[in-house]
Design a protein around this ligand. Structure first.
Ligand SMILES: [Zn+2]
Length: 285
């Protein structure tokens, strides 16, 4: 935080003591029907799987109304997740708005929201085997929407490095390969992630973004319901469990498994994919 030479006002304590108000009370958010989703998941059948190799990424597609599960395999590993509307890549995961609506970390019953002007739920978390973790004494929790993704530009800025297996680059290569486009065409589509399994927070004294060793163990998983048809990309972060450093080949890294599941025919007859946001986009003109 910036230092200031300004004088502390006489009523500083009183001003600091004002109670916060929640920016976006979420009591009017549409509530996902978890009971319906879970019933549909009960009768679902597996349709495919893909492995994101250590320090690399993989793409996967999930039709609207289907499910996908991300699982830690072989060793503790965090993942960086990007999601797009499969039919329109300009509609993609909006980390900042998801944070504003749900808080710094998301879990069961909460949703990943899309960018303007669509701004609708794209995926709903239906199971989280790390939900028990809650928030620790440092203010750390799992599955954050506060980080961006590890990237070679920040590494270069801070250390002059040329490292090629940051999540940003992994996601860029995976998307380019999946769509048959160039790296230059793919890179602008890569966006701020959901940090799957990563344990993060902000220090209370300096407000700095921190990470700590993830509580994830092989077998832990995070499962989603696809509210719209999705293209996903998942990177197995070079930080491994993020206990020490990222943006290098130093940490022990493991793959991440993504599995997709289709519900049985009639399971979701009562369900509809979310509409586009209702704002008319006239912006006062
Ligand atoms: Zn990363």
């Amino acid at each position: 935080m910036a230092h200031s030479s300004h004088q502390v006002p006489a009523d500083a304590a009183a001003r600091r003591a004002v109670r916060p108000v929640i920016c976006y009370p979420n009591s009017t958010l549409p509530v996902p029907d978890l009971a319906l989703y879970r019933a549909a998941r009960e009768g679902a059948t597996k349709t495919g799987e893909v492995l994101a190799a250590a320090r690399d990424a993989a793409c996967f597609e999930v039709p609207a109304g289907h499910f996908f599960r991300i699982t830690s395999v072989e060793g503790p590993q965090v993942g960086d997740l990007n999601l797009w509307n499969r039919d329109d890549l300009s509609e993609r995961f909006y980390s900042g708005k998801t944070r504003a609506l749900h808080g710094t970390h998301i879990t069961t019953g909460e949703r990943m929201w899309t960018s303007f002007p669509a701004m609708r739920p794209m995926a709903t978390i239906i199971e989280d085997s790390l939900a028990w973790y809650g928030m620790d004494e440092f203010g750390g929790s799992v599955h954050d929407v506060i980080g961006t993704r590890c990237d070679p530009y920040t590494g270069n800025l801070l250390a002059g490095s040329q490292y090629h297996h940051c999540c940003h680059s992994n996601l860029t290569r995976a998307l380019a390969d999946h769509l048959g486009i160039s790296l230059a065409e793919a890179e602008p589509h890569v966006h701020d992630v959901l940090n799957v399994f990563m344990c993060t927070g902000f220090t209370r004294d300096t407000g700095q973004y921190f990470m700590k060793q993830s509580p994830v163990r092989p077998g832990d998983y995070l499962e989603f319901f696809a509210e719209i048809s999705l293209l996903g990309a998942l990177s197995a972060c070079p930080g491994g469990d993020c206990s020490s450093e990222h943006s290098s080949d130093t940490a022990a890294c493991y793959p991440l498994l993504v599995e997709t599941f289709a519900p049985s025919e009639a399971a979701l007859e009562a369900w509809q994919s979310p509409q586009l946001n209702g704002y008319d986009q006239s912006h006062g003109r």
